[in-house]
Design a protein around this ligand. Sequence first.
Ligand SMILES: CC(C)(COP(=O)(O)OP(=O)(O)OC[C@H]1O[C@@H](n2cnc3c(N)ncnc32)[C@H](O)[C@@H]1OP(=O)(O)O)[C@@H](O)C(=O)NCCC(=O)NCCS
Length: 203
Amino acid sequence: MISKLILEQGTVLLEGPVSKGQILSKKMCSGLASFRSPAEQQKALADIAGLPEGMVYIAHIEEKIIGYITFHYPDPLERWGQIKIKELLEFGAIEVCPGWRNKGIAKSLLRIGFSNPVVEDYIIISTEYYWHWDLEGTGLNVWEYKSMIECALEEVGFQLVSTDDPEIISHPANSLMVRYGENVLEKTVIKFESYLFLNKRMF
Ligand SMILES: CC(C)(COP(=O)(O)OP(=O)(O)OC[C@H]1O[C@@H](n2cnc3c(N)ncnc32)[C@H](O)[C@@H]1OP(=O)(O)O)[C@@H](O)C(=O)NCCC(=O)NCCS
């Protein structure tokens, strides 16, 4: 799938799911450093694109990647990775290079990624951890940032869900969001939801 976003600075192409080769043949914007260095992030994106279930969508201009979103199975070290449901995917990351932000690129990437009918076959989780957020770069406070991300994800069908996962509840700004695909069976939803609260107290 491919679409365009016309900005003053030029035409941004939004494309995906892209292959490993398409990612490695492009340059990375030097500011794509929220999670790791741009070179390491490019390799991580290529690795995700190479996974059977992995999907990467990129925003690029003149062969330079300026933003991306990823989908993959949850990390087996996390609670969500221990749920044995093959229809459970994680919306892994969203990042737009500073200088290109607040121009609609993240929302355009979300729109293209979530217009792929394959998302309806999955429960997709998104874990929001405030320590990944660029508060300084955006000038937003932690609550404004939380609201920005949650609103953008709600527009593509995510909802906030309560959990007692220790990482999520370690800070009140963190959250778990879930998108239930239309084709997911009820028994799969019930199994997933049985993992939201694992630290039940007996009274
Ligand atoms: C979060 C991030 C991906 C947003 O990308 P973006 O391309 O700037 O987002 P968009 O331009 O599509 O804007 C999305 C919404 O946020 C708002 N927004 C974005 N930056 C903003 C800012 N600095 N101040 C106020 N609102 C802002 C936009 O107005 C838009 O809301 P609207 O639809 O109500 O108008 C980007 O800031 C980023 O890469 N941050 C670092 C990584 C990160 O925090 N990732 C998320 C956690 S994994």
